[in-house]
Design a protein around this ligand. Sequence first.
Ligand code: PLP
Length: 443
Amino acid sequence: MTKTEIQTLIDNHPLVSDMIALKEVAWFNPGVTTLEQGLPYVGLTAQDIAAAQARLKRFAPYLCLAFPETQKTGGIIESELVEIPHMRNTLVQRFGQPVNGRLWLKKDSHLPISGSIKARGGIYEVLTHAEKLATEAGLLTPDEDYSKLFSPEFRQFFSGYSIAVGSTGNLGLSIGIMSARIGFRVTVHMSADAREWKKRKLRENGVEVVEYEQDYGVAVEQGRKAAESDPNCFFIDDENSRTLFLGYAVAGGRLKAQFAQQGITVDADHPLFVYLPCGVGGGPGGVAFGLKMAFGDHVHCIFAEPTHSPCMLLGVYTGLHDGISVQDIGIDNLTAADGLAVGRASGFVGRAMERLLDGFYTLSDQTMYDLLGLLNRDEGIRLEPSALAGMPGPARVCTDADYLAARGISDRQMQNATHVVWATGGGMVPEEEMTKYLAQADI
Ligand SMILES: *Cc1c(COP(=O)(O)O)cnc(C)c1O
């Protein structure tokens, strides 16, 4: 964009000025609607989520064999929900603001197979594709025991097909490991910010890794191109895939069941706030959709992004969606939160979900590092920087009287609030990398 175009954008959307200055900002969405009004724009339904859930159930016996670490949950890939009361006190001290209600951490960081939220969408899409190929070839029917897929014959069958994906790291890890295990040939196109250990782990698992000097957008484009020339190659499109989105959405019903076990109520007098780190948008968008379908208008979803990569905020706030990138307004998209290093948001997710998202905020890399150190110190939980993006959320929400009034949430209701910080990754970070992360925390 030219200087004049950027100035016009700022004139119409004043917050862009603070974004360009890399300030930590918050924007609560004035365009939010009820679920009933917003749902038609998503274009997906409760039945679609139920079908995804059923597919994952069919694959559970296979996953038990292919990844024995999933046996204790019966082949269902799901994370723990833990309360973090010490961290809650620390947040109050750090931000000098009250946090009303209880604070929980959803540990997708410790999901089996790939140690991040991508173990939801990425694995689901690979399995969906495998099921389609095997069914069309007459080798599989939905009522069969899918453990038969764990066999040399099926590996041989799948080796006739390939999968390609572009990634900043964690999606590549999920799709690479899953694809290689089931027998596909798989190529992961990695952006410059992807960590060395993730590339190493993929190569150890028999995945072809192609590295780029540029960011995520370029890696995705190159992956898409490479796949186009091969009719047996399936490209997993992180920017537009409904399948990935549905894999994430299954989390909503699962969280509802975990709440029931913990005796946590969600209703008009007990609001739920969920804070989701956002990169391209598929992960948090899909989870938010699932949460809305599970809890209706009583759940309030808030996206968190690095000050250097606020692509979804920029797209939704200006209404330009994937028609604008952070680079267009002079922001560099360089952040230690590699899972969130995305300059241009998914147009699909932004358009589908903008009416169902309560708000967006940004935070600096240093804030993420500090919170990473504090969570380790106070709760003994270790995450990667991206996964801390949701942590300032409760303080931001609890102190924004205008936002709470606009949503019709009273002080009394806030006392009963449940806050869930979605911890999106970090469970597989090698010790020496984690030591480096912890050294960055200024606490
Ligand atoms: C990918 C990722 C996200 C965000 O997911 P998107 O689908 O890119 O928005 C958040 N945290 C971590 C650790 C991730 O790897």
